[in-house]
Structures are given as C-alpha cells and as structure tokens.
Design a protein around this ligand. Structure first.
Ligand code: NDP
Length: 435
C-alpha cells in the first residue's frame, strides 16, 4: 500500500480483489507462503513514453503514452488502450490488474495489460487523431506483437483509432499480423466485436435474471454512457423486450420516458460515432426527452441498471436510491463504475450485482476470438461469433456461481469472479516458478 500510495484507483481495485481472495488463499494450502497476490499486484513491466504530435495549425504538443504489461502467465498481454485526459499510471494499473482476472475468466489464453494516453480526442480533427495515433504507435510497436501483447480499444479508442494505429504498426514492422483487435472487417476484424461488450453485459444480466425466473422482457433499464458499450447494451436490452430510458455522457444524461427504441438508438449512433456530437442533442431531435445537465441517471426509477461510462460513476447514495426505487439487477458494462460503498451496498442487500470483470468480459473474449481467427486466417460468421460469445458469458456466470455461492444459496458475484479469475492465473504462476 505504501509503495502505491499515490495511486488511488489502483489501490481501490486491489483492495476489492483482496477482500475476497485473501480469505480464499488462506483456506487453500497450495497457495500458502507463495506470496502470489504480492507478485500479481506488481506489473511485469510498465512502460511510459513521450508522444509528440503536430496539430492542424502547426503547433507541437506532447502527451504521455503508457503500456502496462501486468501478467502474462496464461497468455500474451491483452487489454485496451484508453485516450482520455484523466489517464494516469494509477488508472491504467487498476485497469490492467482487473484485466488479468477478467481475461482469465473468459476461459481463453490471454494475460492482462492496459495502456493509453492523457490525450483528449474531443474536438480534434481526423488528421490530428491520425498524427497522434501514428506518433503513439511509433514507440509502442517495439513493445507489442501478436504473441507478446495485443492491445484493443477502450474509452476514446474505437475503430478509427485502431485503424491508424494498425497502419503505423504494419509499416514499422513490415508484417500483417493480428497485433491489435477491434480491426475493420476487411482487414482482419471479427464480426460482433463492436457489439460484444454491450451485448455481453446484457447476456450476463440475463443469466443472473434467469436464476430468479426473471428476464429483460417488460423491464425498465437505466444506462449510463453513450459510447461503444452503452450503445450496444441498449440495443440488446431493447431486442430482449426491455425499455431503455436513459443514456449519458460527461455533460449529463437524457431521460426518454417513452424508451430509446431502435430508430432513436440509430440516431444516437450517428450522433456519437459519425458526427461526434454530445448526448444533449438527442433532445433537439426528440423534444419530449429531458436533458439533466451535470447529473448521472441513477435517480430514475428502473428495474435494471447498466453503468457503461467510466470508473466510480455510481456511489453509495446512488446505490441506495436505485434500490429504494426497486432496482433488482446491476450489471457493470464499464470497469469499476461502482465505488466500494456502492458495491458493498449491493452485496449487503443481495440484489443481483455483477462486477465489470465478469459482466463486461464479452469484449475481450471476442477480441480473443479475433486473435484466433487471425491466426487461422479465417472468418467466422456473425451467428457463429454471437453463439460463442453467448456461451462464454454463460460459462463466466457458471464460474461465478461455483466460487461465489453463499451458505444461504445467494450468489456473491464479486467474490465468485475474483476467486475464479485468480485460481487459473495463480496455478499457472505456481507451475512456472518464481519468475
Ligand atoms: P467510449 O469512449 O466509446 O464511451 C465512453 C462513454 O463514457 C462516453 O459516453 C463518455 O462521455 C462517457 N465518459 C467517459 N469518461 C467519463 C467521465 N469521466 N464522466 C462521465 N462520463 C464519462 O468508451 P467505451 O464505451 O468503450 O467504454 C466505456 C467503459 O466500458 C469504460 O469503463 C471501459 O473501460 C469499459 N469497457 C470497454 C470495453 C470495450 O470493448 N470498448 C471492454 C470492457 C470494458 P464523453 O463523450 O462525454 O467523454
């Protein structure tokens, strides 16, 4: 703790895992005296580098680039790149640590990593984004590779950025390999990858609801964020018969009491992905909707909540409000969106609560499927990938139930996900010795 005192997000993520994993380690003789968790919290490698780039006016800027290679005991490092002004070593170490457990849960052979930059893509032209991505990759390329480390997208890094990054990697290495995931379909991408995190979050919630004889049909759903994860979570929840009533961005949330149906969601996708506009513009198009400036959507009455924006966006008071309003299920699409107070409140009330490392693992799982398709030089159909994704989410749910079922029959998904994710990585580390 003292060694990482200046890294609050990282400490929060480790604390959350330690609360459930330390008692488990104590109960299992094979892990005793091996200092496994101590070894897991130290990145195998943390790289920081300069990213200089030139804007459209000719002015030179310098951002900071990072790649955290956290753990490769069960496969090459794998995890997204985040471009956002709030990116720090602490944020990326928390994300990389979570990624190790998440990737283990997917059942696929992927280690954990994360990277990015404090670069802010908002308001930048396509050319500026391209120059930044090219500069970023002109350093990152020497640290990654299809059998070493395979980055993907995250906040601020979507298909456009992956394209620019891939182009520079291919030029520097003079080879065409599956070194990044989230690629375009004509150059090695997987079908369903853009949808996978949002769909997976809903599939996971569906698995939880099944255990109570419930479903999405007829339910009211509150979603935060309006980016990649939020959009496809909204799409799948709507397809399953639910009414999605909110979306948000960092300036506030929109509330549409009539529901954001397929046509309205198509407008949101065009607004956010093509025009790169703000969510309040939804209300210009659909005046019956309300924009709540500077607020999060957790005060809106709902049955199911899907936080899909960013870390620590849902606090203890929000958790109480949600549950007072009858919310029975929370499935995290974002990474660590619930604060520790919120998480503990959900656990105590024993509502259905899925931590991101389980419920949002569909994205990286499908990235794993993209890596397999790249190695095979083969493409699966949309139906094939969706079927595999559905099965993986059901398997993750089963692992959480296996390790998280309490004496009273309820399931603590936080505990289940942490222990199930830990076991596979810890066993691999034990087998490989102290390296
Ligand atoms: P996008 O960049 O596509 O969208 C991010 C959304 O969250 C935007 O609506 C953004 O609003 C909002 N947001 C970002 N920062 C803040 C903030 N500080 N406060 C309020 N809102 C904020 O990212 P993704 O949808 O890909 O990622 C969302 C979450 O899901 C992240 O936690 C990410 O780590 C996680 N995740 C993503 C995966 C993926 O496959 N993409 C996989 C697994 C997890 P604004 O435009 O105003 O910034």
């Amino acid at each position: 703790r003292a060694r990482n005192a200046h890294e609050p997000e990282f400490l929060q993520a480790v604390q959350e895992v330690a609360e459930t994993v330390i008692p488990y380690i104590a109960s299992q003789e094979i892990y005793n005296g091996k200092n496994i968790l101590l070894r897991m919290v130290e990145p195998e490698r943390a790289i920081q580098f300069r990213v200089p780039w030139v804007d459209d006016k000719g002015e030179i800027h310098v951002n900071r680039g990072y790649r955290i290679q956290m753990n490769s005991a069960i496969g090459p490092y794998k995890g997204g790149l985040r471009f956002h002004p709030t990116v720090t070593m602490s944020v990326l170490k928390f994300l990389a640590f979570e990624q190790v457990f998440k990737n283990s849960l997917t059942t696929l052979p992927m280690g954990g990593g994360k990277g990015g930059s404090d670069f802010d893509p908002k308001g930048k032209s396509d050319d500026e984004i391209m120059r930044f991505c090219h500069s970023f990759m002109s350093e990152l390329f020497r640290h990654i590779g299809p059998n070493t480390d395979v980055p993907a997208g995250d906040i601020g890094v979507g298909g456009r950025e992956i394209g620019f990054l891939f182009g520079m990697y291919r030029k520097m290495r003079n080879e065409f390999t599956g070194v990044l995931t989230g690629k375009g379909l004509s150059w090695g991408g997987s079908k369903i990858r853009p949808e996978a995190t949002g769909y997976g979050t809903v599939y996971f919630a569906q698995n939880m609801l099944d255990t109570k004889g419930e479903s999405f049909d007829g339910k009211t759903v509150v979603i935060s964020g309006s980016g990649n994860v939020a959009q496809y979570a909204a799409e799948k929840a709507t397809q399953l018969g639910a009414k999605v009533v909110t979306l948000s961005d960092s300036s506030g949330f929109i509330y549409d009491k009539d529901g954001i149906d397929a046509d309205k969601l198509a407008f949101v996708m065009e607004l956010k992905n093509v025009k790169r506009g703000r969510i309040h513009e939804y209300c210009d198009k659909y005046p019956s909707a309300e924009f709540h400036k500077g607020k999060t959507p957790w005060g809106i009455k709902c049955d199911i909540a899907l936080p899909c924006a960013t870390q620590n966006e849902l606090n203890g008071d929000d958790a109480k409000t949600l549950m007072d309003n009858g919310c029975m299920c929370v499935s995290e699409g974002a990474n660590m969106p619930s604060t520790p107070e919120a998480m503990h409140a959900f656990q105590k009330a024993k509502i259905l609560f899925a931590p991101g490392k389980a419920s949002n693992a569909g994205g990286v799982a499908t990235s794993g499927l993209e890596m397999t398709q790249n190695s095979l030089r083969f493409n699966w159909t949309r139906a094939e990938v969706d079927e595999k994704l559905t099965q993986i989410m059901a398997d993750i749910h089963a692992s959480c139930v296996e390790y998280g079922t309490e004496d009273d029959g309820s399931v603590d998904y936080v505990k289940g996900a942490n222990i199930a994710g830990f076991v596979k990585v810890a066993d691999a580390m034990l087998a490989q010795g102290v390296v």
